[in-house]
Design a protein around this ligand. Structure first.
Ligand SMILES: *Cc1c(COP(=O)(O)O)cnc(C)c1O
Length: 709
């Protein structure tokens, strides 16, 4: 055991000597992206595995001492255990760095992480990107640590009433059954640090999640040392209360920085995913001044030269801005310590387009990090335009903002059986070559039957999963039959299925496809060639227009004239997403251009052969080849015209292609397109391609500069 970072999960029951490794595997999310890992826990007890919500800690806790001991006498289990433990050990001990040169250590800060449903500390796309970045960094052997928040009530479970109105219920994370560990201090107590400059002081305890070889540290203010108001700082993701939100971001940025210092973790590169943790930049300046005796200007320069800022918003108004009084309240001490006056301090966050507005976290990130990126090419162009004035003093008219288009962690999102097929045709080491387009040409070796049988399997699983959830609600709550219909009991795996699963918010236009209900009726009820539409997604609790859109969709799903062919699946999250991206035939995306910075769910679908149909926004202008899905709608979004274009695409292209069967009874044209989709998207939008770009554009140049001086 390394002495640096003692930690404990007191929740894992004592295990017999023969299987102590089971506890290690349970406490590392590695198993979540390895079929063998999942299978091992299923073998422990298939029923309890399901009941635990695929949480290995809960699973082990629900076994009696006898049952645990009996495992060691189960030959099948023991063989699988030895096999998986060896795989896991080999993975953890592999020190290969899959990069031409090794970068210096990177600290990655983000307000949320989407890793697995047993750790509900995410809200959406930003979190899943961060989660996939940690997983890919682990696979590549990159020296990265993550910093984030433990949200005791982080996850709003979506509950929809029979009137289609979304009611949220906060799900509290049970820290004693989550796959997390307490980080211990030198005395063996749960490590707690004081976040400076909040008066009275706020304390935060520290937890750890093992994401393969990468450690993710989580801050938790819900501890006894804090007053009730302060305990709530980390209760919820993105609280709308601006004062509390500022405190949240002080804890994340400054507190997070402190945690790394306390743990003795040295890093050279700071990567901020979005503006929320940007205060870490100030704390870094302070550390350079106070620990290394640097002068203010040198410290600022050094921070700029070694920090990366990733922006995700295409709108100025969507950024966090704190008014100057609020900022002064918390930072007056701070700027004095840094040797600045108020004006100088505030200048870092002043948006030239709205100088009186307050301290803007995105402007701060852009000014204070020399390495900046948007998350797709299209988003880069938009970002350069909207923040142009931030850089006018620096010279170039066009803002110096690069882009790294998002990618997805392949093993997390690909279906397990598909991975088996890829193992077979792409060769042993394909995961370490995933970013090379050429290896994917071998997808051609997957024959039509194999592809179609796999896809059909995923589709059936999705439909069964959806129906089973409704059955439970029906049994437990006695829901209205119309609600049961709306939630998908009538779904049919033989029908062409369009999926739309994403946040219910205006700019994504979730109800665009319902624009003309008569046309929808014609499409879904086509006698020989029917279509079904599955919706899922949460509205932000404060987003009333988003809730109204959701309600409109839910009412359509209850409308008998659509004959149960429109469904709304409750409580979209990582688990539901996995079923949908594999099981739908078409993945629909129709944001108002240019509001979708990137979007990643379409990539998850496309790598599984679920065909993307989208307006040309986010990643799709880079991804669309003309043969791997569909693009529709104008460059300037117009609901009426875009809806018409969508209906035309469905009726003239999608439906005929899907229902044209050859003599083997297979939709050969469709399957060709699935191959194109997998070939073109899996390499270009893989997590590996993304991380290699972060390395080439940012991490390596910074490392070289730091090493040379
Ligand atoms: C991938 C993912 C997202 C982000 O996808 P978008 O295309 O940006 O909507 C959101 N939620 C879940 C559960 C996901 O898996």
């Amino acid at each position: 055991m390394p002495g640096l970072d003692p930690s404990a999960n007191i929740a894992i029951p004592e295990l017999p000597d023969e299987i102590t490794g089971l506890g290690e595997i349970a406490l590392n999310l590695w198993w979540t992206w390895n079929a063998d890992g999942k299978n091992l826990f299923r073998l422990v007890n298939p029923y309890l595995w399901k009941e635990s919500g695929n949480n290995p800690i809960k699973l082990l806790q629900s076994l009696s001492k006898k049952e645990i001991e009996r495992l060691t006498a189960n030959e099948t289990f023991m063989n699988e255990y030895r096999y998986v433990h060896a795989l896991f050990t080999r993975y953890m001990e592999d020190r290969t760095v899959y990069s031409e040169e090794e970068p210096l250590p990177i600290a990655y800060f983000c307000a949320e992480y989407g890793l697995h449903h047993s750790v509900p500390i995410y809200s959406g796309g930003l979190g899943f990107l961060a989660g996939d970045i940690l997983k890919e960094s682990s696979d590549m052997g990159l020296p990265m640590v993550g910093i984030g928040f433990m949200y005791p009530q982080g996850y709003v479970r979506q509950v929809i009433g029979s009137d289609g109105w979304q009611n949220g219920a906060n799900e509290t994370i049970n820290k004693d059954t989550a796959p997390i560990e307490r980080v211990l201090d030198k005395e063996g107590n749960h490590m707690t640090i004081r976040v400076p400059f909040i008066d009275p002081p706020v304390y935060t305890s520290v937890w750890k999640i093992n994401v393969g070889k990468v450690k993710l540290y989580l801050l938790d203010t819900d501890i006894e040392q804090n007053d009730p108001w302060d305990r709530e700082i980390s209760y919820r993701l993105y609280t709308p209360d601006m004062n509390q939100r500022l405190r949240q971001q002080i804890v994340l940025g400054i507190g997070g920085y402190r945690v790394l210092e306390e743990l003795g973790i040295r890093y050279s590169i700071l990567h901020l995913n979005e503006g929320h943790p940007a205060f870490a930049l100030f704390e870094r300046v302070r550390a350079f001044i106070e620990n290394e005796g640097m002068k203010l200007e040198d410290a600022i320069e050094r921070v700029k030269e070694s920090s990366v800022f990733t922006t995700h918003t295409p709108l100025q108004t969507a950024t966090d801005v704190y008014n100057f009084d609020m900022m002064s309240h918390y930072f007056e001490e701070y700027w004095k310590r840094l040797g600045m006056d108020k004006e100088r301090f505030m200048q870092f966050g002043i948006n030239p387009d709205d100088p009186a507005g307050g301290f803007n976290m995105t402007v701060f990130g852009l000014k204070m990090c020399r390495y900046r990126n948007a998350v797709s090419k299209k988003h880069r162009d938009v970002t350069r335009k909207i923040w142009k004035n931030v850089f006018d003093h620096d010279g170039p008219k066009s803002a110096p903002i690069d882009h790294v288009t998002n990618g997805v962690h392949l093993l997390t999102w690909l279906g397990d059986e598909l991975v088996d097929e890829l193992d077979r045709i792409l060769g042993e080491n394909w995961l370490n070559m995933q970013e090379l387009p050429d290896i994917w040409l071998r997808i051609d070796e997957l024959d039509d039957e194999t592809i179609w049988n796999l896809h059909y399997t995923y589709k059936v699983r999705m439909v069964n999963f959806i129906r089973e959830r409704v059955r439970r609600k029906w049994a437990d709550e006695g829901i209205d039959p119309l609600v049961a219909m709306a939630e998908g009991v009538m779904l049919d795996p033989d029908v062409l299925t369009i999926g739309f699963a994403r946040r219910m918010t205006e700019y994504k236009r979730p109800d665009l496809i319902l624009h003309d209900l008569q046309r929808v009726e014609r499409i879904v009820n086509n006698y020989a060639r029917p279509v079904q539409i599955i919706f899922a997604g949460k509205a932000h609790p404060a987003d009333t227009p988003g809730k109204q859109i959701l309600q409109r969709i839910f009412k359509a799903a209850q409308d008998p004239r659509f004959r149960g062919r429109i469904a709304f699946v409750e409580d979209y999250g990582e688990n539901v997403a996995k079923y949908l991206v594999r099981g739908c035939d078409v993945w629909l995306n129709n944001p108002l251009i240019p509001m979708e910075a990137c979007g990643t769910s379409g990539m998850k679908a496309a790598i599984n052969g679920t065909l993307h149909c989208s307006t040309l926004d986010g990643w799709w202008p880079e991804g669309y080849t003309g043969k791997n899905g569909w693009a529709f709608g104008g460059e300037i979004s117009d609901d009426e015209a875009d809806a018409r274009a969508l209906y035309d695409t469905i009726e003239r292209k999608i439906v005929p292609l899907f229902y044209t069967l050859d003599e083997r009874n297979l939709p050969a044209g469709w399957i060709d397109m699935m191959r194109e989709s997998m070939k073109s998207v899996s390499s270009a939008f893989s997590g590996r391609r993304m991380m290699k770009e972060y390395l080439a554009k940012f991490y390596m140049p910074i490392s070289k500069r730091c090493r040379s001086g």
